[in-house]
Design a binder for this molecule. Structure first.
Ligand SMILES: [Zn+2]
Ligand SMILES: [Zn+2]
Length: 179
């Protein structure tokens, strides 16, 4: 995911270079993505290198229902423009008002384009907010806290909205004491 793009920077606008990511790994603070795989296309624009990639990856997270480890397969269509810090390699003058570089999206002074961090960020956006260990995960019993994937407890599984549970318990106690 690290490419020397010197030849691309000195090439004509519209020049393309193809690469491939095979079984890569990238990280964010929260996630580790493995088996990152897919084609990469680098296109010389007037001032930047546009990188497009179609990647699939595997990420480890926690199941939102049963809290067991969850292995998720995700796909991402990546597209970002990388700006060279060596602007003199490009024929154009700097774009007006563009003085700040996003550190994840630069081509450094040695003409190295490193898409690792930007790709990790893009992949992290595709991780589901409520991941599941399997599509039909039975979750944790709200009564006895058993992992119902491993142990089919006999508790009443009528789901009670947690906001109403204390009210339901109260009314159960009240009706018991009245009888
Ligand atoms: Zn689960
Ligand atoms: Zn139970």
């Amino acid at each position: 995911m690290i490419y020397n793009v010197a030849s691309l920077l000195t090439a004509r606008e519209g020049t393309e270079r193809l690469a491939a990511i095979e079984d890569g790994e990238v990280y964010t603070d929260r996630h580790r993505f493995v088996r990152v795989t897919g084609p990469v296309r680098m296109l010389r624009t007037d001032r930047t290198v546009m990188v497009s990639a179609s990647v699939s990856a595997t990420v480890y997270d926690t199941c939102s229902r049963c809290l067991a480890p969850a292995e998720l397969n995700i796909d991402s269509e990546f597209e970002e423009e990388f700006e060279p810090v060596n602007r003199d390699l490009m024929s154009d003058r700097p774009a007006p008002g563009q003085s700040e570089f996003d550190p994840a999206l630069i081509i450094d002074a040695r003409n190295t384009l490193d898409m690792t961090d930007a790709l990790a960020q893009a992949l992290s956006l595709t991780v589901p907010l409520a991941p599941l260990c399997k599509p039909d995960c039975s979750g944790i019993c709200s009564t006895c806290f058993a992992n119902r994937n491993q142990f089919a407890c006999k508790c009443d599984q009528n789901p009670i909205d947690p906001r109403w549970r204390s009210l339901a318990e109260l009314s159960a106690r009240t009706s018991n004491s009245n009888s």
